[in-house]
Structures are given as structure tokens and as C-alpha cells.
Design a protein around this ligand. Structure first.
Ligand code: PRX
Length: 664
């Protein structure tokens, strides 16, 4: 477990509080702390009645449910089980005949600045047409479809089209490697891949289809019967006869009407792979009704969405944030949203601010890593400082993915929100489906760097290793005591791992988030102190240390042993540090540099560029206990450059610490 102590100290010294303005409170859907507390009290008193009321009010059911929660097979909770609905119907069809029908659903800005718009009605037609294309290619209800696409309208269309026919999608982030893609295809047993020939990022054309081909060619992907490729750029790509078809060919001749397939509430809407403590990524399975309910409700509660808002979540559809707050939540809530293909620093680091001005964005939701890198850019170059653009359209800011340090929070608050816009620091995870601990803009007084309080219905608590509550001010393990509708249902194909990872017996059946947290002594506000397992958070991307270790030792001609730890990093939150023992003598100097580069590139190929270690150190061996266990806490200290003050009495080979501390 990593020590949360330094973060706890900063919680104790943070005493700035920003109350919501009277006007914000008056206009808000959840208006004032009393309204928030009333919802919490309703949920506490009778959780099932609370969730049943919300599910009836907020989802369009084809067949109403009669049982709210089935907890007969814990922790495999089932919500609204006998009800039937369709997610795409809830996001699109349900708005037809209402004022939302002709409202813009998506404003798309491409990497080069070109803008395209689609209304809800047009989006429904596109989704239906692509759903028909999937059916024509043999995709059926219950099948899995891999989506490996850039941020585009078509990316959202592909996800919605799968939902429309009851196929379970599994989106793979475009930065993952062929190998990572192959593993996900195999694990999911997918029948189809939807991709693009290339993606445009920062003015560069990056291949996608070639990586799909490479992944499938690695073998074991016989389940794939078809690959549909969007021609995103004019450049040609290789097409395999019989298997591959372009997006344009696939939709040619298909009608724009496709009746939604109504599925059971628990039908798996998607599987999204994420990193855990062991080597293999886990396929987090979400339900249809529970997920969608929370996607819509958190749009209304956390973002206090209004009909005139222009909502912009900068996350990629390859991550959970892009699922809940791009592909489903905004559409289920009838919002107009901006979808952006490119990167925040191209053609200059003022791109986000420029886009907020250009599209009159009112709600802006991004990651601390992006904020920190844009602060750095603005400090280095006045021309890209947000003050150069008119940001008056903004009324609410959000943060997600990692702890936001109070300094970055204050900069965001002052320079982007002009001290007018509340910041919702939303804590959640792939597994929670949507926000779980977050301020509500018209209710919660804000404290920089704190995600404040749980949403109504979310029974979050901090406990010790035996599951007992710890007092405010003392750090501990973050858990959620009661089930809630948008929680992970299982790990695809591995229910045992699901039980073991999230419901360890010593924690009394509570959901284990995997994060450490502390509540402030005065307000009981939560602050997340970081992961307590072997998961790193690098630029808001979740990476398993074991996953990177497995990749390194897979280079069998070179690597004998590897251990990976995280080191705090001002820009990326955490940086990956790998300690490697080679099969040959320990290299130094230029040779060490060359081998480190080779290993970094290798990891890039095995997992993806986001997993490349920032720092690789070579040793004759690794610090181990006499029983042969690698002492990671010592490696963490070495990675940070700290003097070792910890107990090393169980260490077999103390001399190794000094060797590893040298940066080759
Ligand atoms: O450590 C927490 C951190 O991100 C982890 C979840 O990562 P992932 O499943 O990829 O989902 C990211 C987007 C929801 C958590 O276990 N995390 C996420 N949001 C916050 C956060 N840490 C602190 N504050 C947050 N607001």
C-alpha cells in the first residue's frame, strides 16, 4: 500500500471554502444543501423505493419492472431485472416529437478545426442506418463488437447502433497497441470490429486499421467475421477481401429506420477493459438500465444540465468518461454537446479556450492532467493563456480522473471560471459507471482538491482493514456499503475475479473502490489520496504495474526480472518507473540508455505508448525479502529519490538499494 500521509497533510491545511452564489443555488435543480440532504435522507430511509422512483421517472421502459433489487446472489446484484428497455431508444427515439427532436445533438470539431453538426433526428437516422448495416453483416443481439475509433460522430453512432440492436460494445482506446487489441478481441469473443483507416491527432495521421489487421493476424481472433472501416482521411488502407468493408459501403442501401431491440434491464450494454492489480486487464461489464439511469441523472444533478447548455466533456470514448459523459449521458438528457477529435495543444495550447469561445461552451469537463499541462503552457507563453479568449459562456467546470491539487484547482477556478463558475471535482471509476462522490453546483460549498460528498443513494465510507468506520481526519480505505444501480455487474467471463477484486470477505460485503481516502474533520468532506493497490494513474490513465511488468518480462531475450512502481509527477500525476534485471550484465552509460529505449518501445508495442516507463533503472537484482517477495515500498522510495528510513531488516540484499538509486 502506498502511504497517503503527504496528501492527508494537505487536506488538513486546506481551509479555503467557496460557497455557491445565491443565484446559482436559486437556479439549480438540486437547490441548496437542504435539498441535497433531503435526497440523501430519502435514499437512506428506503433505498429501493428511492431507486425505483428515479428509474420510473428517468427511463423510458418498454416493459415496466416489478422488482427493484434482487440481492439473492450477492455480490451479483440485479436491478430492475424484469423490466425491458433499449439504451439507444432512451437516448434518441424518446426525444422525437419533443423540442429536442430538431435540437443539435453533437457539434463535432475535427482536429483541423472543421465543424459538423447533427440534430437528434439526424443522429437517430444515422444510428438506425448503421444498426441496419451491423445486422446485414451478421451482428446479432448478444454479440460483442469491438470499437476502435477516433473521436468522431461515427464513434458515437457505432456505440449507439450496437445498443440499438442489443449487441454489447467494447470500445478500445485508439492509443492501445495491436497486442492489447488482440487480447480484448479474444477475451470478449467479439464478432466484429468497427474502426477507421486513420485518426487525426495534432495534425498527424495515425493508423488504426493497420493496427486492427496486425492484432487479428496475431491469431486467436477467428471469432471476428467482419471489420467495418470509416474512411476518416483520404489515405487508402489495406482491406481484406470478404472480411473488410468500408463504413460507406456498409451503410449504402440501408434504411434509416431500425426498430430498437428491447432487452432486459440487466442486458450487458458494454464491456470496458481497465487495469487491475494483476497482469490481465479486466472487462468491466455494465448493465443497460442501471448504467443509463445514472448517466442521465448525474447529467442533471452534477452538471445541473439546462436545455440551453453547450456541454463539453473532453474525454475519449475509449475511456469510461467518454462512455457515460459523451456517448450516453448527454444524449439521454437531451443535451447539445461538443465532440472534439484533436488534442489540447494543437495547433497551440490555447485550443481548448479558443473552442470554448467559438462554441460558447457552458459546461466544461476535463482532467487535471490537461489543466496542469495548460497551466504550464500558459505560464511559458502569454499568447496561450486563457485570458486571450472570451470565456463568459462558461457557467460550470468539472474535473475527473485523478486528484486535482489545490493549486491547479485555484488556477482553473480563477483563470477559466473567473471565480464565477463552480468546479465539480467528480470522483468515480470505470466500475462505478458514473459519479459517486462530487459536489453539486447549486448546493455544496467547495473546498479546492476535495471531491466533497457522496451523491444521494451512494453509501460511501472510509473504513480500516477490518471494515470498521474510521473517524473523520483519519485516513483509510474507500468503500461503498450498499449496492447502487450503475455499479459494475461482473468481470466479463471471470465472476470469481469480480468477487475477489471488489468484495473481499474482510470488508463485510462492501464494494472496495481500491482508493485510499480521508474525510475532513470539520465537514466530513472526502479527499481521495490515491490508489491503495498496484494501479497507477498516469495522466488520468489507469495502468496496472503488473501489466507493465508482464510486458517487460515478455521480452524474454533480454529481461530476467522487472518491478514497476509509480513516482509522483507534477504534470502527469504519477510517472512509471521500472526496475529491470537483464539476462546479461548490468549496462551503464550510453548502453543503458539504448537498452532503456528499446524496452520502452517494446512496452509501447505490447500495451500502448501510454504505458511506456518514464524512467528505467537497471540492477544486478531487486530488493527482496528472504522469502523472495519484491519489496515495492522500498522501490517506491528509491524511485522518489528518498533516503531509505524504512525498516529493511527483512531485506535479503540491502546493497542493491544504493545501486538502484543511481540513475545508471
Ligand atoms: O484513483 C481514482 C482516480 O481514477 C481511478 C479510476 O480510474 P478509471 O476507472 O480509469 O476512471 C477514471 C474516470 C472516472 C479512481 O480509482 N480518480 C478518478 N476521479 C478522481 C480520481 N481521484 C481523485 N479525484 C477524482 N475526482
Amino acid at each position: 500500500m502506498s502511504s497517503p500521509s503527504s496528501s492527508i497533510e494537505s487536506v488538513l491545511v486546506e481551509n479555503r471554502v467557496f460557497e455557491p452564489s445565491a443565484a446559482t443555488v436559486a437556479a439549480a435543480r438540486v437547490s441548496g444543501m437542504k435539498a441535497y440532504e433531503a435526497l440523501c435522507a430519502e435514499a437512506d430511509k428506503d433505498p429501493e423505493a428511492f431507486w425505483a422512483r428515479l428509474a420510473k421517472e428517468h427511463l423510458a421502459w418498454h416493459k415496466p419492472f416489478t422488482q427493484t433489487l434482487d440481492a439473492s446472489d450477492k455480490p451479483f446484484y440485479k436491478w430492475f431485472q424484469d423490466g425491458e428497455l433499449n439504451a439507444s431508444h432512451n437516448c434518441l427515439d424518446r426525444h422525437m416529437g419533443t423540442p429536442v427532436e430538431n435540437k443539435t445533438a453533437i457539434v463535432f470539431e475535427a482536429d483541423d478545426g472543421a465543424v459538423t453538426r447533427v440534430t437528434y433526428k439526424e443522429l437517430l437516422a444515422k444510428v438506425s442506418q448503421f444498426a441496419n448495416a451491423l445486422k446485414a453483416r451478421g451482428v446479432k443481439t448478444g454479440d460483442r463488437v469491438i470499437i476502435y475509433m477516433p473521436m468522431t460522430i461515427e464513434g458515437v453512432v457505432a456505440m449507439q447502433a450496437c445498443a440499438r440492436i442489443g449487441a454489447t460494445h467494447s470500445v478500445v482506446f485508439g492509443g492501445f497497441s495491436a497486442k492489447a487489441l488482440q487480447e480484448r478481441i479474444q477475451d470478449a469473443g467479439a464478432v466484429a470490429v468497427v474502426t477507421a483507416n486513420y485518426q487525426m491527432r495534432g495534425g498527424k495521421e495515425l493508423p488504426l486499421k493497420a493496427i486492427v489487421d496486425e492484432g487479428i493476424a496475431m491469431g486467436g481472433c477467428e471469432s471476428i467475421k467482419t471489420v467495418i472501416t470509416l474512411q476518416r482521411t483520404p489515405t487508402a488502407c489495406h482491406m481484406v477481401a470478404g472480411r473488410d468493408i468500408t463504413w460507406a459501403e456498409a451503410i449504402a442501401g440501408q434504411g434509416t429506420d431500425c426498430p430498437p431491440v428491447f432487452v432486459g434491464a440487466e442486458h450487458p450494454l458494454f464491456v470496458l477493459y481497465t487495469s487491475g492489480s494483476t497482469g490481465k486487464p479486466k472487462g468491466v461489464q455494465h448493465s443497460t438500465a442501471g448504467f443509463l439511469l445514472w448517466a442521465r441523472l448525474t447529467m442533471l444533478w452534477t452538471f445541473d444540465l439546462r436545455p440551453e447548455d453547450l456541454f463539453w466533456c473532453t474525454a475519449d470514448i475509449g475511456w469510461i468518461t467518454g462512455h457515460t459523459y459523451v456517448a450516453y449521458g448527454p444524449l439521454a438528457a437531451g443535451a447539445t454537446q461538443l465532440v472534439f477529435e484533436g488534442v489540447p495543444t494543437y495547433p497551440h495550447a490555447g485550443r481548448f479556450w479558443q473552442m470554448i469561445e467559438k462554441h460558447k461552451v457552458s459546461i466544461f469537463y476535463t482532467a487535471p492532467t490537461a489543466i496542469r499541462s495548460l497551466i504550464k503552457a500558459a505560464e511559458g507563453d502569454e499568447k496561450v493563456h486563457p485570458k486571450n479568449w472570451n470565456l463568459d459562456s462558461l457557467r460550470l467546470l468539472g474535473s475527473v480522473g485523478e486528484p486535482i491539487n489545490p493549486e491547479a484547482w485555484m488556477w482553473y477556478f480563477r483563470n477559466v471560471g473567473h471565480e464565477r463558475c463552480p468546479i465539480v471535482d467528480t470522483f468515480w471509476q470505470t466500475e462505478t459507471g458514473g459519479h459517486v462522490i462530487t459536489p453539486l453546483p447549486g448546493a455544496t460549498p467547495l473546498v479546492p482538491g476535495s471531491c466533497t460528498l457522496p451523491l444521494p443513494g451512494i453509501d460511501a465510507a472510509i473504513v480500516d482493514e477490518a471494515g470498521h468506520d474510521v473517524p473523520n481526519g483519519a485516513g483509510g480505505i474507500l468503500v461503498i456499503k450498499k449496492p447502487w444501480p450503475s455499479m459494475i455487474r461482473t468481470i466479463w467471463g471471470d465472476p470469481e475475479r469480480f468477487k475477489k477484486s471488489y468484495f473481499p470477505p474482510e470488508l463485510k460485503g462492501y464494494y472496495l473502490a481500491g482508493d485510499g481516502a480521508v474525510r475532513s474533520a470539520d465537514r466530513g468532506y472526502f479527499r481521495i489520496t490515491g490508489r491503495i493497490d498496484d494501479v497507477l494513474n498516469v495522466s488520468g490513465h489507469r495502468m496496472g504495474t503488473m501489466e507493465i511488468e508482464s510486458a517487460l518480462v515478455a521480452k524474454t531475450d533480454m529481461v530476467a526480472e522487472a518491478a514497476v512502481v509509480g513516482r509522483p509527477d507534477d504534470l502527469t500525476g504519477e510517472a512509471i518507473v521500472a526496475f529491470v534485471v537483464l539476462k546479461r550484465a548490468r549496462p551503464t552509460g550510453d548502453e543503458a540508455k539504448a537498452i532503456a529505449k528499446e524496452l520502452r518501445d517494446w512496452v509501447g508495442k505490447e500495451i500502448g505508448p501510454i504505458a511506456k516507463p518514464k524512467d528505467i533503472r537497471f540492477g544486478d537484482n531487486l530488493p527482496k525479502t528472504r522469502s523472495g517477495k519484491i519489496m515495492r515500498r522500498l522501490l517506491r522510495a528509491v524511485a522518489k529519490g528518498e533516503a531509505i528510513t524504512q525498516d529493511i531488516s527483512t531485506l535479503e540484499n540491502p546493497a542493491i538499494l544504493e545501486q538502484l538509486a543511481q540513475n545508471n
